[in-house]
Write a protein that binds this ligand. Structure first.
Ligand SMILES: Cc1cc2nc3c(=O)[nH]c(=O)nc-3n(C[C@H](O)[C@H](O)[C@H](O)COP(=O)(O)OP(=O)(O)OC[C@H]3O[C@@H](n4cnc5c(N)ncnc54)[C@H](O)[C@@H]3O)c2cc1C
Length: 374
């Protein structure tokens, strides 16, 4: 376990805001996770589990506690139905994407949580495995992927995840949680709702299929295929398309400070959806519910491309806030609140923030602080 002291949270998060964390512990094998929580308990300090910091924000006063980061690496092919040995890896598999792949052989990948997520996607598509290719280029570590059930371009990790290995910081035990235990919904699981701060994700297991993604594709993918007359719809082909679409729209966190989509889309009940449609709001009725685009609401409220307190509302994807020159969390909070209030005043919907915040627990004199603030 690597123990670091007084590390700026701005250097650990892609929005690049936040003061010093008292300790940052990097764990390199499962047994060190218990040691890390033991370390925090020994000093009576709160904990926060961090990944790559692409969906997490730091406050100016930092964190008087222990940040724990999963640095465990490795991907193991672990299923009984591993691809046949004579299959050439990387070859384009099927030409017709309407083919039913439900009975195709599946492959289980057990991925240690410290792996960078996009390396996992690359690994899978190089083996011609389908199921996560549309999740290409989402910044972050594999351990964080189930936390908010990452999703993009018609796939979400809950489609392929079968189980995760965790350390339960409440009971001090190691466990396996099944997909059913995680209760996935849009951008949520028990890991960021009812059991927030309880489990440290050690590894994730995905079950992927040989073959390729099934239609209907996301509109922008379909449009790109038609415009460029593409025939390669293999996992690699879709990964290429998604990478191009994302590069055109979303900031690269290494170049521009951001947390990706800053607000959740809005899900409406059927009755609310009818009202929205009667007002000609763009509503997407999908299997996951009635989705109203928060990007559209922000654009209609006049914020697309605007700079507020050093925070730029992306002109290509208005859900994305980019930190151009803000030095303080307060600047970001002011920009966020101005946008959310204006959308509420105009449309009557409250935008909800997607990234989580690392917050110091309130200090009471004589209080012995334990557990997590997540
Ligand atoms: C440019 C950009 C584009 C993005 N695009 C998308 C997108 O298309 N779709 C999408 O869903 N998201 C997107 N995101 C958000 C982000 O990439 C994902 O949420 C990603 O999973 C965050 O991973 P991370 O390792 O950075 O997590 P962090 O931000 O470090 O942590 C996120 C949450 O996971 C928890 N966590 C981290 N590690 C562990 C662990 N070991 N055990 C338990 N909990 C843990 C944290 O406590 C926190 O609650 C984007 C972000 C950016 C900056």
């Amino acid at each position: 376990m690597r123990v670091n002291e007084n590390i700026l949270i701005s250097s650990l998060t892609t929005m690049r805001l936040g003061g010093p964390a008292r300790y940052v512990l990097e764990v390199e094998n499962p047994s060190e996770v218990a040691d890390a929580y033991g370390f925090a308990a020994q000093f009576g300090l709160p904990t926060f589990v961090l990944g790559y910091g692409a969906n997490t924000l730091g406050h100016d006063d930092g964190f008087n506690g222990v940040i724990i980061i999963n640095r465990m690496k490795g991907i193991a092919i672990d299923g009984q139905d591993t691809p046949s040995e004579d299959r050439k890896l990387g070859q384009a598999p099927l030409s017709v994407s309407e083919e039913d792949i439900s009975d195709h052989p599946s492959t289980k990948l057990k991925i240690m949580g410290g792996e960078y997520w996009d390396n996992v996607v690359e690994y899978a598509v190089n083996k011609n495995l389908t199921g996560i290719e549309a999740l290409s280029k989402i910044p972050g570590l594999a351990c964080a992927a189930p936390v908010q059930n990452i999703g993009a371009y018609g796939q979400q990790i809950s489609d392929t995840l079968t189980e995760i290995e965790v350390y339960d910081s409440y009971t001090g035990t190691y466990k396996t949680l099944s997909k059913a235990d995680l209760q996935f919904t849009y951008r949520h699981s028990i890991l960021n709702t009812s059991e927030r701060g309880r489990y440290f994700v050690i590894s994730i297991t995905l079950e992927l299929k040989e073959g390729q993604m099934q239609r209907p594709f996301y509109n922008s993918i379909e449009r790109y295929i038609k415009e460029h007359d593409l025939v390669d719809l293999s996992p690699k082909g879709i990964r290429n398309i998604v990478s191009i679409l994302r590069a055109d729209k979303l900031p690269d966190p290494l170049e521009k400070a951001s947390s990706g989509s800053f607000f959740h889309n809005i899900y409406l009940t059927d009755a609310e959806a009818e009202i929205a449609e009667s007002k000609n709001y763009p509503l997407h009725r999908g299997s996951d519910g009635n989705k109203l685009s928060s990007a559209w609401l922000i654009e209609q409220a006049g914020f697309k491309g605007k700079l507020l307190h050093g925070i730029r509302v992306s002109d290509k994807a208005p859900l994305v806030l980019i930190n151009e020159s803000a030095k303080s969390f307060d600047d970001l909070a002011k920009a966020r609140d101005e946008i959310a209030s204006a959308v509420y005043d105009k449309f009557g919907y409250w935008l909800k923030q997607e990234p989580v915040e690392i917050i110091n627990p309130p200090i009471k004199p004589g209080m012995f602080t334990t557990g997590s603030n997540q």
